[in-house]
Write a protein that binds this ligand. Structure first.
Ligand code: GAL
Length: 689
C-alpha cells in the first residue's frame, strides 16, 4: 500500500509551474512584441505557457488550409528558454467560417432559439460536424507537436459548460433516457412521477429537454437533463482526446474546471465528480474577489480553501491552478487590484492546498476586445518594472524554492461531503426557502470551523471511500440514494463519526421522496425521526441551547422525534420550544450526530471543537496564531511544509514551539515572530515519526 506521504507527480516537470495562457496569435504581426515576450518570460521567472487555447482561426484560417508555422516558432522559442508548453485544443472558440458553413455547430437555447455566431464556449456538444472538425484539428496538433520536448500536457478546450437543445441534442437525450430506463416507459413515468398534472409519457418521442416555454416542473426530468448535459460534455471531451491518447499516450490530459464566482462555490452546471474520472490531472481557474466589500479577507480565504480541497480530493493528488490573475479581473462588478503582497499570499495559498502550479490568464494584456483590461503579467506598458510584474516575479522566485513540495499531498482525518446531484435537486425543489437553500455555502461554513483551527479537510464526493476518515460531515444531503445510505451506515458501524444536518435524506436518486418517514437505515444510524422541516422568513429567528449556551438559528429548523438518541441541544422558541434540535447516537462502533437547524457560526465552532477533542483531530503542525491566520501543510515523506498565511490587514504574532527552516531564506526559526499584513512564511519542519 502507498504511504500516505508518498509523492504523486502530476506532470514530469521538475519545477513548480509558473506562467499561464499565452495567446500570441493576437500579435502575429508584431515580431517585436513576440521577441519581448521571450525576454520578459525570463525576467518574470515564468516557465510554462498554455498555448493555442483560442487559436483556431490562426491555425486553420480557411477550411482545410492550415498554418502551424507561427505556432512552431512560438513553441521552439519557449523551449529555447527552457520553458514547457501546455498545448490546448482550440474547440472553446470556433472560427467564423466554421459556424457559417456548418450552422449545426451553433447552439439552440432552452427556449429553442438558435444562437448566432459569436462569443465562445458555445458549440453544440452533439454535432457530428463539430466533433469531426475538433478531432481532425487535435490529430494534426498531436502529430506535429506530440514529440516536441517542451510538450508538458494537453489542455482540452477551455472551461466546458453550457448546454444545447437542438434537434440532435434532443435525439441524443432521448437515446440516453431510453438506455437509462431500459426502454421501459413505465420505469420512466415512475421515476418522473408522470401521472401528476397528466405528465405521463406514452411515447419516447415525447421526451424533450426542459424549457422555459415548456416542461420545467418535472423534477426527475430536470435532474436527468443535468446528468445528460454532464455526460454529453464528457462524451464531447472523450471524442476530442481520441487522437491524443493514440499518438501521445504518455502526455497527461486536463481540462480547466471553474468556480461560480461571487461566493466562490463549485461550478454548478456540470458534475465534476464524474468528469474528474476522465482527466489525468485536475486543474481549475481561480478568481476570488480579494478585498471585496462583503466579507473579510479571512472569510474569503476559507472559501478558497474549501474549493481547493474539493478539487484536490477529486483525485486525492496534487492539482494545477490553471488560471488566476496577478491583479484585477475585468468581469467582477468591481475589478479591484490586488493589494501589495496579496498576489504572493493568494498564490501560496493555492500551493498550500495542493496545487503544483501558479498559472495566469493571460500572459500579455490584449490590446482590444473584451479582455483588454483584465490583469496580466505584461501590461500595455510592456514593462518589467511595474508593480504587478514585480509581484509576479516574486511569486516565481518563491516557487523556485519549493521544488521539494512538488507532488506532496495533504492527508486528512476529516471529510466534508459535497454532491453536485443533490445540489441540483435541492435547487429545483419547490419548497423550503427559495433564497436560503445555499447548499454549497452551508458546506463552506462547516468547513470553516476546521480551517480556522488548521485541521486539514478533504472535501469528497459520494462515491469516494469513507473508511479512512475519523469524521465525515454531510450537511444538507437532500438527495441520497439507498446505496449511499448503506455506505454511510457501514462507515458509522465501522467506528466512524458522522454528522448530518437538516434537509438531508429526503429524496432518492430520482428526486422521489422516501415513503414511510425517514429511511429506516438513517433512523437506525441516528436514533431519530425528523418529522417536519420548518422554514423561516429572513427576519425570523429562533435559538438553540447547547452545553448551556444559546446560539441563534435562522432559515431552517427540523422537528425531531427521538427514539434512542441523546439530545445534545433543544430549540428555545416557537411551538417546538424545548424539543430536540441536535442529537447524538452511538451506532455499533461509531457515532452519528444530527444538527436540526441552521445555526450561527459560533455553534459550528463549539460543536466541532467538541468532536476535535473527542476524536483527537490535531492540526498537522501546531503554530500559535490569532484569528485570520491560516496554517496549511503539505506533507513530504520526511518533512512537513507549513504555509503560515496572514489573511488580515494587521500584523499578526505567530509562534513555533519547535525549530523550522524558512524555505525561502534558509533561516532557522523557533519561537515568536510577526507576520506583516498579507505576509506568508513557508517553513519546513522535519517529521520525527
Ligand atoms: C476564464 C477564461 C479565460 C479568461 C478568464 C478571465 O474564465 O477561461 O479565457 O476569459 O476567465 O478571467
Amino acid at each position: 500500500m502507498m504511504s500516505k506521504h508518498e509523492k504523486t507527480y502530476v506532470t514530469n516537470a521538475n519545477f513548480m509551474l509558473h506562467g499561464g495562457d499565452y495567446n500570441p496569435d493576437q500579435w502575429l504581426d508584431r515580431p517585436d512584441i513576440l521577441a519581448d515576450d521571450i525576454k520578459l518570460m525570463k525576467l518574470s521567472h515564468t516557465n510554462t505557457f498554455s498555448v493555442g487555447i483560442f487559436a483556431w482561426s490562426a491555425l486553420e484560417p480557411e477550411e482545410g488550409v492550415y498554418n502551424f508555422e507561427w505556432l512552431d516558432e512560438i513553441i521552439d522559442n519557449i523551449h529555447g528558454i527552457g520553458g514547457r508548453v501546455i498545448l490546448a485544443t482550440p474547440s472553446g472558440a470556433r472560427p467564423t467560417w466554421l459556424s457559417q458553413k456548418y450552422p449545426e455547430v451553433l447552439r439552440v437555447n432552452g427556449a429553442r432559439v438558435k444562437q448566432l455566431h459569436g462569443g465562445r464556449h458555445n458549440h453544440c456538444f452533439t454535432s457530428e460536424v463539430y466533433r469531426e472538425k475538433t478531432q481532425t484539428m487535435n490529430r494534426l496538433l498531436a502529430e506535429r507537436y506530440g514529440n516536441h520536448p517542451s510538450l508538458l500536457m494537453w489542455h482540452i478546450s477551455n472551461e466546458y459548460g453550457g448546454e444545447c437543445h437542438c434537434d440532435k441534442c434532443q435525439s441524443a437525450f432521448r437515446e440516453w433516457i431510453k438506455e437509462k430506463y431500459n426502454h421501459d416507459l413505465k420505469a420512466l413515468n415512475d421515476a418522473w412521477w408522470g401521472p401528476f398534472w397528466s405528465h405521463t409519457i406514452t411515447d419516447w418521442s415525447q421526451v424533450e429537454s426542459p424549457s422555459p416555454i415548456g416542461e420545467n416542473m418535472v423534477h426527475g426530468l430536470n435532474l436527468d437533463w443535468r446528468r445528460f448535459v454532464t455526460d454529453q460534455t464528457i462524451s464531447f471531451y472523450n471524442n476530442e482526446i481520441v487522437p491524443l491518447r493514440e499518438l501521445t499516450p504518455n502526455v497527461p490530459i486536463t481540462t480547466n474546471f471553474m468556480a461560480d464566482t461571487h461566493d466562490l462555490i463549485p461550478f454548478q452546471a456540470l458534475d465534476y465528480s464524474k468528469f474528474a474520472k476522465h482527466l489525468d490531472v485536475i486543474s481549475w481557474d481561480a478568481y476570488p474577489a480579494w478585498h471585496n466589500d462583503w466579507e473579510t479577507t479571512a472569510d474569503l480565504a476559507s472559501k478558497v480553501g474549501f474549493i481547493n480541497d474539493l478539487y484536490r480530493s477529486l483525485k486525492q493528488k496534487p492539482f494545477l491552478l490553471m488560471e488566476s490573475t496577478p491583479s484585477g479581473v475585468n468581469w467582477h462588478n468591481v475589478n479591484k487590484a490586488k493589494r501589495p503582497g496579496m498576489h504572493l499570499l493568494s498564490s501560496m495559498q493555492m500551493i498550500s492546498h495542493g496545487s503544483d502550479s501558479v498559472l495566469y490568464f493571460q500572459w500579455r494584456k490584449s490590446r482590444g476586445s473584451s479582455e483588454k483590461f483584465h490583469g496580466a503579467v505584461v501590461d500595455h506598458d510592456n514593462s518589467s518594472e511595474n508593480r504587478v510584474f514585480q509581484e509576479v516575479a516574486k511569486v516565481g522566485q518563491t516557487l523556485e524554492k519549493l521544488t521539494d513540495v512538488i507532488g506532496t499531498n495533504r492527508p486528512a482525518d476529516v471529510a466534508v461531503l459535497y454532491d453536485w446531484e443533490s445540489n441540483w435537486a435541492l435547487n429545483d425543489a419547490q419548497g423550503f426557502g427559495l433564497e436560503t437553500k445555499l447548499y454549497p455555502q452551508t458546506l463552506q461554513k462547516h468547513y470553516k470551523a476546521f480551517w480556522e483551527k488548521d485541521i486539514p479537510v478533504d472535501v469528497i464526493t459520494k462515491e469516494q471511500d469513507f473508511s479512512s476518515y475519523k469524521l465525515l460531515i454531510v450537511p444538507m444531503l437532500y438527495l441520497v440514494s439507498e446505496e449511499t445510505i448503506s455506505r454511510l451506515k457501514t462507515f458509522v458501524a465501522g467506528g466512524g463519526t458522522l454528522v448530518m444536518t437538516y434537509i438531508s435524506g429526503l429524496v432518492n436518486e430520482h428526486d422521489l421522496t422516501y415513503l414511510g418517514g425517514w429511511h429506516k437505515d438513517l433512523q437506525d444510524i441516528f436514533g431519530i425521526k425528523p418529522t417536519e422541516t420548518d422554514t423561516l422568513y429572513p427576519k425570523d429567528q429562533n435559538a438553540v441551547t447547547f452545553n448551556g449556551k444559546s446560539y441563534v438559528l435562522k432559515d431552517y429548523a427540523t422537528l425531531i422525534e427521538v427514539d434512542s438518541a441523546n439530545v445534545e441541544a433543544v430549540y428555545e422558541d416557537d411551538f417546538y420550544a424545548e424539543t430536540p434540535a441536535v442529537t447524538s447516537h452511538k451506532y455499533e462502533a461509531g457515532k452519528a450526530y444530527y444538527i436540526g437547524g441552521r445555526l450561527e457560526h459560533a455553534f459550528q465552532q463549539d460543536f466541532y471543537q467538541g468532536l476535535i477533542t473527542e476524536l483527537s483531530l490535531e492540526p498537522v503542525a501546531s503554530v500559535k496564531h490569532g484569528e485570520g491566520v491560516s496554517v496549511q501543510v503539505r506533507q513530504a515523506p520526511d518533512s512537513d511544509y507549513l504555509f503560515v498565511m496572514n489573511f488580515t490587514e494587521e500584523k499578526q504574532p505567530i509562534a513555533f514551539d519547535y525549530e523550522v527552516k524558512d524555505v525561502v531564506t534558509g533561516e532557522k526559526i523557533t519561537g515568536e515572530l510577526t507576520l506583516e499584513k498579507y505576509e506568508v512564511r513557508i517553513v519546513e519542519k522535519t517529521r520525527t515519526n
